[in-house]
Write a new protein. Sequence first.
Length: 264
Amino acid sequence: MTELRVAIIGGSGIYRQSFIENSKEITLDTRFGKAALKEGIYQDRTVFFMARHGGGHTVPPHLVNYRANIAALKALEVDAIIATAAVGSLRREISPGTRVIIDQFIDFTKQRPLTFYEGEEGFVVHTDFSEPYCNEVRAAILKAGKSLGQNVIDGGCYICTEGPRFETPAEIRMFMNWGANVVGMTSVPETILAREAGLCYATIALPTNYAAGISTDPLTQDEVLAAMEKEIPEVEELLKASITEIKSSPACYCREAGKNYPGE
Ligand SMILES: [Zn+2]
């Protein structure tokens, strides 16, 4: 058993991590269903990898079993989660190829299970979201990105839509007025559930394109995946460096936030 346990949740385009050594496939049964992932080693850390949309990209964003995924990582006693998310950029200055280490979200989802706390505990739990993403994991990614010379942006607001359709130009104009910087379909409820479970969690948002109305070209899923394909080697370098930057005793309140987590 190594000291620190770090999980990567790979978004669109990120289905495997070749740097994870001695990896084996594992499946966990949670009370929300099964979660499949890989477990291995990178340097002195135990590393887990989970493909959010499945290895063959078959699960659409609104049907991802976020609760099973996070419950599995909790059961595996993960210390920190680094997620990736392909996003559309709402700002000209956030060009494809930058990495936005988001620090806020706006929830524009409509019908997903959003919480572990469904009242079965016999009391109501309202979780603090003053810092929606773990600042310690964010700092580790930012430090790693800067040391690699990658274009990392410290902070940004992610608006999460229900999908699976892309957004309309009218929606994008509204999201821009609301202060969002990037748009995607997965960070909610993933980040909410991680915090409810007391797990440190941060997301590397990877802009693959400009959103509708900013770009005049129609958006296609193939275009998003082709853009991600080009990014994979650099994203992998960023993930490796970030894993080694994560501290074993972080000065954040994520773990404390999970004290009411109902368990399995
Ligand atoms: Zn934390």
